[in-house]
Design a binder for this molecule. Structure first.
Ligand code: CP
Length: 324
């Protein structure tokens, strides 16, 4: 009996990594590889998305994700428009769907959305024919962040399968943690989380992760640590006694890294609270890949845009050779 191999299958939208096959996630990471080189050119532009119109609809603040998407879109030759809630008719009470339908009426092709509500990206994707990419929705998922994290770990350590990755910090509020857990586990990594119990979701073990209560144990165990920001804006009261206390008990410090038997790779999705979840000596130190993460973000987003526009995995090298 012949066995069918699962294939690359992305669909119309990228709302999350949950449910994507290993072939699909690997296909996106592999597609990002040839796109890395475009950002190193003197003229950073290829016509892969020429004629496409993309709207970046950001209802929450963002530095890395919004600018990285905009660079990716422009370097692939798309026309882009940035919309923030404060500068749009959202402040007059317009709904998300009405905003999107009005954009559709202007014949757009893709929307990148960041929104404070979990589920906003799939809500939109179900209602408009344009491709929708989730740039982070509430506490649900942030798929392109996890993809760039995985690409960066793969760059540094040569593989993902069989690696031990620990996500440290504010897990309960983190869409980055959820997307990393889904993506890394699908690609065969072992995943753990570490933090105060008040910041770890009840039942997280059901996602196939283990829990460390002590940051020292997590550092000793992990090949890579993904250090998350304390999302103070999402905390009402009582999650941690104080920022100083958090740094004392859970901070990723140089002293703690020096005690470990090996050089764990350090990631942080940003923005960082220096001196809280991570010390500057670690963030700027030799084990840190925090800036390579940002660089890889552009290539990963190029890959996602190219694939959602109908590009084939493996076709990126040829596509980027086209003459502008
Ligand atoms: N990592 C990340 O999502 O950063 P921004 O909030 O700056 O986009």
């Amino acid at each position: 009996m012949s066995q069918t191999r699962p294939e690359f299958e992305l669909g119309k939208d990228l709302v999350g990594l949950e449910g994507l096959s290993a072939e699909t996630i690997t296909g996106i990471l592999d597609t990002a590889e040839p796109f890395k080189e475009i950002s190193e050119r003197a003229i950073k532009k290829v016509p892969v998305l020429r004629g496409k119109t993309i709207v970046n609809l950001f209802y929450e603040p963002s530095t890395r994700t919004r600018i990285s998407f905009e660079f990716a879109e422009k370097r692939l030759g798309a026309d882009t428009v940035n919309i923030s809630s404060s500068g749009s008719s959202v402040v007059k009470g317009e709904t998300l769907v009405d905003t999107a339908r009005n954009l559709e009426a202007m014949r757009i092709d893709m929307v990148v959305i960041r929104h404070a509500s979990s589920g906003a990206a799939s809500f939109l994707a179900d209602r408009i024919p344009s491709n929708v990419i989730n740039g982070g929705d509430g506490q649900h998922e942030h798929p392109t962040q996890a993809l760039l994290d995985m690409l960066t770990i793969r760059d540094r350590l040569g593989r993902l399968e069989g690696l031990k990755i620990c996500i440290i910090g504010d897990i309960v509020h983190s869409r980055v943690a959820r997307s990393n857990i889904f993506g890394l586990r699908t690609l065969g990594a072992e995943v753990a989380v570490c933090g105060p119990r008040s910041l770890i979701p009840v039942g997280i073990e059901e996602l196939g992760v283990s829990i460390f209560n002590h940051v020292e144990d997590a550092i000793e165990w992990a090949d890579a640590l993904n250090v998350l920001r304390l999302q103070l804006e999402r905390m009402q009261t009582g999650f941690i006694p104080s920022l100083r206390e958090y740094n004392r008990v859970f901070g990723v410090t140089r002293a703690r890294l020096e005690k470990a038997a090996r050089d764990t790779v350090i990631l942080h999705p940003g923005p960082m609270n220096r001196g809280v979840e991570i010390d500057s000596a670690v963030a700027d130190g030799p084990q840190s890949v925090i800036l390579p993460q940002v660089t890889n973000g552009v290539a990963v987003r190029m890959a996602v845009l190219y694939l959602l526009a109908g590009g084939k995995p493996g076709g990126a090298e040829a596509a980027k050779q086209e003459i502008t």
